[in-house]
Design a protein around this ligand. Sequence first.
Ligand SMILES: NC(=O)c1ccc[n+]([C@@H]2O[C@H](COP(=O)([O-])OP(=O)(O)OC[C@H]3O[C@@H](n4cnc5c(N)ncnc54)[C@H](OP(=O)(O)O)[C@@H]3O)[C@@H](O)[C@H]2O)c1
Length: 296
Amino acid sequence: MGKRILIFGASGRTGQVVRRAAEQAGYGVLAPAHAECPLEQAEVVSDAVLGSGAQLVVNCAAISGLEACADDPLQAHLVNAVAPAAMALACRHTGARFVHLSTDYVLDGRRQGSKDESAKCRPVNWYGESKREGELQVLEALPAAVVARVSWVCGNPQKPSFVESTLARALAGQPLAAVADKESLPTDAADIARAVLALGAGEYAGVVHVCSSGQPLSWWHCAQLVLQAAVEQGALDAAPPVEQQKLDEVPFFREPRPRYTGMSNARLTAQLGIPMPTVQQAIGAAVQRYLAALRA
Ligand SMILES: NC(=O)c1ccc[n+]([C@@H]2O[C@H](COP(=O)([O-])OP(=O)(O)OC[C@H]3O[C@@H](n4cnc5c(N)ncnc54)[C@H](OP(=O)(O)O)[C@@H]3O)[C@@H](O)[C@H]2O)c1
């Protein structure tokens, strides 16, 4: 029998790409849909793992909207913390390797600069709280698990992120504005998928930062890189101006956002030997993929 992977959240921005990468890597993929496996029901989650015969379980599922988590913190806790713990415990029974995706939003975002895995955690919203609780519960249930923190996922044209929506607005000639006083590292879902599969095939246990290489940048700076890539790839004649916004002035952000959560990927790249492209390369690849999807 070939190798088998069970992916939770395979319909999401990251999960779709992880699923494709797993198929290309020759895995038999099991990917229960939301309705088939509602993550609020821990016993259903547990049964899905126990009955899967998977050697590798990857959790890309989450309630990832900050406002959605604030509107229903109990639901966020069940999906982002209790369900991953149930997955981890079931993996302990089956012997499967478990890679759980988490977020830079668990980090203390008060000072600028890159944070490594020893950096202090101090979530500032319900999403971050529930994700941090998930990290702790996963590692308590299964110390051999991998908690892969990712940031600002882009590069899936089917699920547009800030990168794709900036490009779409620029192509449509619409005005552009972006937050200039909040920083992290945009990361291509394809690079996350490759790293997740490599981590799944390895022996590393614990938290690891899975993000692009380079210095953290703001959404405004990210928008500049998107437009520069679009010009270089012939989709725009010139980069249009982007108005600078302040984080506190974005009207639809009801929940607080941590300001400086850019991560260092040195453990992943230098220690574990899993390379990650620069943020410029990641954005360039995401732009290229989006333009190709528009042409298709
Ligand atoms: N996107 C980012 O920029 C970002 C940044 C940092 C960290 N992360 C982390 O990366 C991971 C993937 O994020 P993403 O943005 O790819 O997620 P996403 O696009 O929001 O997808 C979430 C997935 O979870 C599933 N799901 C949600 N609630 C569920 C429930 N109650 N029962 C069953 N399935 C449920 C969704 O299924 P349906 O769509 O069918 O409901 C979907 O497949 C998460 O751990 C997230 O915290 C993401």
